[in-house]
Design a protein around this ligand. Sequence first.
Ligand code: M6R
Length: 608
Amino acid sequence: MCGIVGYLGPRDASKVLIEGLARLEYRGYDSAGVAVLNGSGLKLRRAVGRLRNLADSLKADPLVGHMGIGHTRWATHGAPAEKNAHPHSSEDGKVAVIHNGIIENYRDLKGELQAAGVRFASETDTECIAHLVARHYQGDLLAAVHAAVKRLHGAWALVVAHADHPDLLVVARRGSPLLIGLGQSENFVASDVTPLLPYTRQVIYLDEGQLATVSRGQVRVFDAALKPVAHKVETSELTLDAAEKGGFEHFMLKEIHEQPVAVEATLRGRIQGGRVDLSELSLDAAALKSVRRLQLIACGTSLYSAMVGKYLLEQRTALPTECWSASEYRYADPVIDPSVLVIAISQSGETADTLEALRLARGRGARTIAICNVMGSSIPRTCDATLYTRAGPEIGVASTKAYTAQLAAFELLALGLGRLLGRPDDAEEARVVKGLEALPAQIRRLLDGDIVGVKRCAKRYQSVTNFMYIGRHFNYPTALEGALKLKEISYIHAEGYPGGEMKHGPLALVEGTFPTIAICPRGRTREKMISNIQEIKARKGVVVVVATEGDQEARELADYLIEIPPCEEEVSPILAVVPLQLLAYYTATQLGRDVDKPRNLAKSVTVE
Ligand code: M6R
């Protein structure tokens, strides 16, 4: 959550910071701030609300300088308010700090500092760091940051500037991502690569526990004991286009339309001669034979892809597979031992709940695999192997292309593991692979097709305050995901339910104006879904049906019909979710919601 940018070099630091923060605003948007070093010291400017408030303030009264740090915040400790916005500074104003993460022992530290006479200006945990650095500072900023960091418990990516060091930023990382961008006589710091793309693609990803000094001409990296360590310079594969809207009104709409490419890229090179090839994971077939159970851990949309993954993995491996909300896993005493293979699913690779659950599993000897979209992020770094989805950067807070890419990755993993575990079924594999290969063109066809129809449908039901989404088996998670999309961007209450459960309670909600979205493609549960739709119709409920093209019975029952192309039932969640994403998108835009930055949310949730 929260975005970090730092700059040292010949450019106007304020401009670099504001442009960088604009690319990171999806990570947090309660407030923002910068500290820029000019002729008379480190000058802070902060503003509540969207970044444009800060940008307007800097336009009206510029802060001119060539070194600065900037932050966009998603509030954890202390309400969104100017005093709680980062940067935070020491009492003498010489130290400025920006921070992502949470300092768990901040109350103790604050008490100790207050007892020593320090006056706090904010309610944040971060402010402790500025005061600690100031108290340890004796001319050596790196030593002061190192001493301060040793007092912290929790997670941090932090950047520290000091008024007496015009060519130095000290950075430290534990639990939250931080990287350094290398330019010509200029250097950058950021919490992800997107703000750096206009200037450089050469980056150093800091490892857990590391600190670094960054000046215009030099970067030095240190381990937690302050021993200099060698660092690797990597070239980011992302391009600037990938992080821009490209003519679409919102990132979410652009990302919905990128799904054919995202799915195609996720499959590319992983199917050879009609068979899944996961040799890139270097999985040890002999070691896998001792696996007795699978556990899937994830949050939010990634959790719903894991729910589809559970069905696929059980079908292909015959191993009992549990699907866990990562935030529950840690506290529920799951049975974990070396016979368990844990699969962590995450778009960002930084979700704190998933990361901590993963660490617990590793600590108990489980083997681990990640399905992840962000190269080099913390979750893949923590796992034995990673199957990367190749959806490209996902900026919209509502996950879309990452989800369908995760589903494609699960299809591959299930077939690949099935074969490695000695359960190959060539005919089945050929059938599903054919279904997978057809997907990019089918999603394209869906997107080029009845969008007008989905828009009309969104208009028709936008004034409704409650929605029910139902599906069965592979498409029960589709119902959950459709409902989540609607909730998070339109703020309309929606629930996802297994179709067969309606009669066990929720059917009581149904009356003349209550809409149910029924996901009912061809497959083993279609007949049952048709019965569930009939039960709703018999009670005069309104039903929007997502069905396979040509399904006459569904057409006759539906108040509104959305058709998807015929497909193998295993891949139907990848097609069925697309109109639901569009339905949520058009409902939200017609209601005037801020689709890319829904209230109270942030893209990547790096706090538990
Ligand atoms: O980056 P992750 O996939 O680990 O994120 C998990 C959830 O926070 C995320 O899917 C969230 O639910 C999205 N906003 C849903 O659209």
